[in-house]
Design a protein around this ligand. Structure first.
Ligand code: CAA
Length: 292
């Protein structure tokens, strides 16, 4: 199976990142959003990230221009008709994903590979919308996509062997380091990372240390590039809350249950970096821990 044209459904943080790395690796990319505002915001993010990569001398100016030349954008899903691979990176909602793939089934050819960047749903559940479940695979990227080397490649019990192999090789071709994962909620990384992040919140709730000191502890004592609260704000508190709920529902274990403080911050629309406030406030030059 040969991949030449890649469709990316969703141009949020993850979709715009996936579109960037695919275009930088020479693929023709078409990225789709549901409205012009979301599309323009995503494309702006994509351009800023590529400019940063040029500033940091990770890529040449010409690489950026070539990549941008390979990215086409649309509001119309019909334009995915000639894609060899479609990567879904829309909202983490099972019904929305099933609906998207059901539409794509009418649009794309029978050989198009359908991949999901889901972080907490299973590929087999997403594939329930289809009669052709063998074409579904997971391609779970990490944020920020351009910098994080890992891709979890997820094989459901029904994923065709050649679909999995092609997805795995595609991830390698992007310069990523893929790992093979079983189709279980949270795959490898979120199954371990999410309870850790939730435990950090529970530690704060029980007064073990301050936000800054817990972050400093895990950064300097355990070698994490970011402490858990910086990472929570980076990933998004709403996103983490949503993933935790899905995992709690699936496993029924307390370690996956969202702590009260997380729920309270999400209810107050304190989503982290993207909303300007989470465990830190991002209005000044440096993030400042909020009073909780
Ligand atoms: N291209 C584009 N931008 C680049 C870049 C490149 N090659 N290199 C650096 N940058 C950007 C950085 O993203 C950063 O941008 P912002 O200030 O807008 O955030 C800025 O330039 C500064 O970068 P630095 O070089 O100072 O930072 P760094 O490269 O040392 O590390 C980091 C940044 C990679 C994010 C690092 O802190 C890190 O690894 N953090 C942990 C991230 C992590 O754990 N991600 C996984 C989240 S979980 C997930 O994604 C799964 C899920 O399902 C929720």
């Amino acid at each position: 199976m040969t991949i030449q044209k890649v469709g990316v459904a969703g141009c949020g943080i993850m979709g715009s990142g996936i579109a960037q790395v695919a275009a930088l690796s020479g693929y023709d990319v078409i990225v789709r959003e549901v409205n012009k505002t979301l599309l323009d915001t995503g494309l702006d993010k994509l351009k800023i990230s590529l400019s940063k990569a040029v500033d940091k001398e990770k890529i040449a100016q010409q690489d950026m221009e070539d990549a941008l030349g390979r990215i086409h954008d649309t509001l119309n899903l019909e334009e995915f008709s000639d894609c060899d691979l479609v990567i879904e990176a829309i909202v983490e909602d099972l019904d929305a994903k099933k609906e998207l793939f059901a539409s794509l089934e009418d649009i794309c050819s029978g050989s198009t590979i359908f991949a999901s960047n889901t972080s907490s749903l299973t590929i087999s559940k997403i594939a329930e919308s289809s009669d052709k479940t063998g074409r579904f695979v997971g391609l779970h990227f990490f944020n920020p996509v351009i910098q994080m080397p890992l891709v979890e490649v997820v094989k459901s019990s029904e994923t065709d062997e050649d679909v999995f192999d092609t997805a795995y090789e595609f991830a390698e071709d992007l310069g990523k380091k893929p790992i093979a994962c079983k189709d279980e909620t949270g795959f490898v990384v979120n199954r371990l990372l999410v309870p850790f992040l939730l435990d950090a919140i529970r530690s704060l709730e029980s007064g073990i240390a301050s936000i800054t000191d817990i972050d400093k502890g895990m950064h300097l004592g355990a070698g994490h590039p970011m402490g858990p609260f910086t990472l929570l704000d980076y990933v998004g508190l709403d996103t983490t809350h949503h993933i935790a709920n899905i995992m709690y529902e699936e496993f029924g274990e307390e370690r996956f249950a969202p702590p009260k403080l997380l729920t309270k911050l999400v209810e107050n629309e304190m989503y982290g970096k993207k909303s300007g406030r989470g465990f830190y406030e991002y209005t000044g030059e440096k993030p400042v821990p909020v009073e909780l």
